[in-house]
Design a protein around this ligand. Structure first.
Ligand code: SF4
Length: 399
């Protein structure tokens, strides 16, 4: 989100120009296929501290859309490709219609998991979401299919008004070294350019860059590259220590303290170039980022999704899985993001003294088993006054 888009969470940006969509028909299929990326979002309202923003976040609904993916990211959390294929293939017109009927109070309908643009029903489902009254309809994508202008325009014409594009470097070598997919860089960048050209129709363009040991030294260059291609908000997304990120942990996973230090230096340097830096660090315990400007501290949104019980019950005990039964014929289970957090993240006793305890989701068990708890020092209630004062006022917003 640009700062506009952050305000858009209160309703102003995403409503601009939504009725002035291009007159194009959805008759183009993507010629490329894409991959799974982490669940990233940021909502950094400049006037509200990060813990307050987290506490008041609204729930979104995710629709599992892509049975397959055409990238092969080294850090993908969806390591079980066969399981994902089965789970996401179960999403059909009936389940989407049912989910939309349940979701009228959600702030956003997001098509995600696998590569959503590989699903030929995506444009039709976007149209259904718009018809159901969803104010914000979004997709998490590697953006390769968006390089086909006719396809991208079709999504916008159907009602898509926010795009989260995953891109992990500012060069072909860096990006494709992580996606392990030749030609992915040029297609993703072309996709950014196409969506950027459609912003006059009220479309928001965000990116997600998964932070690894390889791209961390280049986050300033990546940020400036993406902003140069019209990106409103650059999200620096710390990996979930699951799936392939756990498998390749020693090779790719930086320590949180290193990520925080490099990001702090980048933000300070970038702040000399523009009044408001539209980069946001997300999915990292807040006790490790107290030296960052509060404005640039993001978080992962709260969401629910629905999936067949054969896959979903692994996160839930039998009684809870039964209580969460859902779907047009009871064949789905509601899964909340917090279910994954509770299964795979931990806190320690000292966390009870931390001002962020109430909004903190804890630390991945797969992280602490490698690095321990030394980095996670409880934050006193009156700490961080300096960081808060460093948040620029809204008059200096970059649009
Ligand atoms: S609750 Fe614990 S892990 Fe979370 S921010 Fe505080 S000290 Fe860090």
């Amino acid at each position: 989100m640009t700062t506009d888009a952050q305000l858009g969470d209160r309703g102003d940006r995403s409503e601009v120009g939504v009725d002035a969509r291009p007159e194009v028909r959805v008759d183009a299929r993507p010629e490329v296929r894409v991959d799974a990326r982490p669940e990233v979002r940021v909502d950094a309202r400049p006037e509200v501290r990060v813990d307050a923003r987290i506490a008041r976040r609204q729930e979104r609904v995710h629709i599992l859309t892509g049975a397959v993916c055409n990238n092969n990211c080294v850090f993908c959390m969806e390591e079980d490709r066969d399981g994902r294929y089965v789970t996401n293939s179960a999403t059909n017109d009936d389940t989407v219609r049912w989910i939309l009927d349940q979701s009228r109070d959600y702030e956003e309908v997001c098509f995600t998991s696998g590569e959503p643009t590989t699903n030929p029903r995506l444009p039709a489902w976007v149209k259904m979401a718009k018809a159901a009254g969803a104010r914000r309809v979004s997709v998490m994508t590697n953006g390769r299919a968006l390089s086909i202008e006719r396809y991208a325009k079709g999504l916008v014409a159907a009602g898509m008004n926010r795009f989260y594009v995953s891109i992990h470097g500012h060069t072909e070598k860096l990006h494709e070294g992580l996606t392990r997919t030749p030609t992915s860089f040029v297609q993703t960048v072309a996709g950014l350019d196409v969506i950027s050209s459609l912003k006059r129709y009220g479309v928001e363009l965000h990116t997600s860059t998964v932070i690894t040991k390889r791209n961390l030294p280049h986050i300033g260059e990546i940020y400036r590259f993406l902003r140069g291609h019209g990106v409103d908000q650059v999200v620096l997304n710390v990996m979930q220590a699951n799936g392939r990120a756990d498998t390749h942990f020693e090779q790719i996973f930086p320590r949180y303290s290193e990520i925080a230090a490099v990001t702090e230096a980048f933000l300070a340097e970038q702040a000399t170039r523009e009044p408001r830096v539209m980069a946001f660090l997300v999915d990292i315990p807040l006790c490790t980022t107290t030296r960052l400007p509060d404005f640039n501290r993001g978080y992962v949104e709260s969401y629910v999704h629905y999936e067949p019980p054969s896959e979903g019950h692994a996160l839930l005990d039998a009684e809870l899985a039964e209580a969460r039964r859902a779907g047009p014929d009871g064949g789905l289970v509601q899964i909340r993001r917090s279910d994954l957090d509770e299964a795979a993240r931990q806190k320690r006793a000292e966390c009870a003294r931390c001002k962020y305890d109430g909004v903190c989701e804890g630390v991945w068990g797969n992280y602490t088993k490698r690095f321990g708890w030394d980095e996670f020092v409880p934050v006193a209630a009156d700490a961080e006054a300096v960081a808060a004062d460093a948040v620029p006022d809204r008059a200096s917003v970059v649009r």
